[in-house]
Design a binder for this molecule. Sequence first.
Ligand code: NAD
Ligand code: TDX
Length: 326
Amino acid sequence: MNLLVTGAAGFIGSRYVRMLLDSRAPDAPHITVLDKLTYAGTLDNLELGHPRLEFVQGDICDAELVDKLTSEADQVVHFAAESHVDRSIMGAADFVRTNVVGTQTLLDSALRNGVGAFVHVSTDEVYGSIDEGSWPEEHPLAPNSPYSASKASSDLLALAYHRTHGLDVRVTRCSNNYGPHQFPEKVVPLFITNLLDGRKVPLYGKGLNVRDWLHVEDHCQGVDLVRTKGRPGEVYNIGGGTELSNKELTGLLLDACGADWDMVEYVEDRKGHDLRYSVDWSKARTELGYRPRHELRSGLADTVAWYRDNRDWWEPLKRRVGGEHV
Ligand code: NAD
Ligand code: TDX
């Protein structure tokens, strides 16, 4: 079985590929990774040389290349995206190009080449912001940032290819991930690496926005359950981490890094900052047997230890983007 995985030089896709390469199952797939290696992708995330892994550097908007790869693939798991909300506020063009046009290019090509399951990795942010309760999968999409609007567009396009053309599309919408190999612009690795360097951390607004934090391995387990046991045309929310305000999260990170509140700088709020995300993931639990395994406090402690031990991984990435966002 040949599996095409896009965007797997990034945080979540690379964890997903490592999980499948570690598997000793007789039906473990041969994996082709397609990744453009933008600022967010690095080959250091991949086990190059593994006998079941092939890496292709390229753009998901390159129809000719995508056609060649989907013609050799039985299934697709699509992670590639521009993924950082703050960057989408500074400029949305790359988000529309990669997230919308790139996804459409992949969907067209998968259809032309008779690909089986196509897992589209979407996000909880497509639902917008919710003050109380949790979103079920049928909830209307109401994205607020250019990032989430581009993800909602690709999410709906993917579902449209199922309804219109019968393509075996499955969509996942997951909450905030944390763990090793996350690019040090997202809040968890940004705060950890700043604190390890003795630098202050920028907390937006009053720090009262709430996110549901899920370990990246739990997300990857959910994605693979959707690939192997999910139903065509269905959406699966993936959540069940721990809900925390950004202030509470900061407190845990300060503790884990042995730092005090004087290392926190309250800064201007993000424009259009969504207050809270929360997905109802009971469908994935009852239908697929999905269950998150990692407890947040120990997961964060392990993540801090990983960043402490792997400066060689993140220092060049921080230098790569300079003081631009991190
Ligand atoms: P990431 O930014 O770490 O990685 C994205 C990868 O995509 C990089 O390797 C990059 O080089 C590649 N890429 C970007 N544009 C490309 C293009 N045009 N062609 C080919 N490759 C390209 O992102 P991540 O955090 O690993 O997120 C992966 C997916 O999961 C995204 O679709 C994101 O929307 C979704 N998601 C992320 C989270 C989270 O908390 N990080 C939560 C839910 C869903
Ligand atoms: O410096 C910061 N200070 C701060 O207070 C940064 C970078 C963030 N924040 C806040 C904003 C958010 O409320 O922390 C929270 C988390 O921010 P991010 O790490 O940027 O994540 P978020 O905006 O919630 O989006 C993430 O989860 C859903 C991922 O980046 C998306 O790719 C995913 O779809």
